[in-house]
Design a protein around this ligand. Structure first.
Ligand SMILES: [Fe+2]
Length: 172
């Protein structure tokens, strides 16, 4: 997927001069548009990881229950950082499930009965997908010299790659 690389100073100036623009979906570009998606991605993954923390069963229960708790707590920090970077860029931060579902690159999980192996497969795939997506978003943030976003994407990529490995390692 290609992301627009409009310089952020221009985006920020546009938002300042046309405050209504930021309320219209699809008009944000570059780091701001990406960060809204990132906030949505992280929020959905936080909920999904917490869902699996609550519902996991079987021989892997203790280990996964504990790991998922550590991970959703860390993801919650990333959610907050993403929203605060948006505010620092003078953009509103989306804050509803409707917006998050629309903007997220990953699917929520509505199945009530999943076995532990299926949970492992789903979360491993989600963490891997996000790590790859964030490499593209990192490039955009670097091109726009948005240093807070660059730092966040570097941290996110490291976290998601490690999380995928730690979850995947539960499979025999
Ligand atoms: Fe808990």
């Amino acid at each position: 997927m290609k992301y627009a690389t409009t310089p952020s100073k221009e985006s920020t100036a546009n938002l300042r001069s046309m405050p209504s623009q930021s309320k219209s979906k699809g008009l944000d570009t570059g780091t701001i548009a990406d960060m809204k998606k990132t906030l949505a991605d992280e929020y959905l993954l936080q909920l999904k990881t917490q869902n699996f923390h609550w519902n996991v069963e079987g021989p892997l229960f203790f280990s996964l229950h504990k790991l998922f708790e550590e991970q959703y707590n860390k993801i919650a920090e990333f959610v907050d950082e993403s929203a605060e970077i948006l505010r620092a860029l003078k953009s509103p931060a989306p804050g509803s499930f409707t917006e998050f579902k629309k903007a997220s690159s990953i699917e929520e999980c509505t199945e009530e009965k999943l076995n532990a192996n299926k949970m492992i497969d789903i979360l491993t795939a989600d963490h891997t997908t996000l790590a790859e997506l964030y490499k593209e978003r990192l490039e955009t943030a670097e091109a726009e010299e948005e240093t807070s976003a660059v730092t966040l994407y570097e941290d996110l990529i490291t976290f998601h790659e490690k999380a995928a490995w730690m979850i995947r390692s539960h499979l025999a």
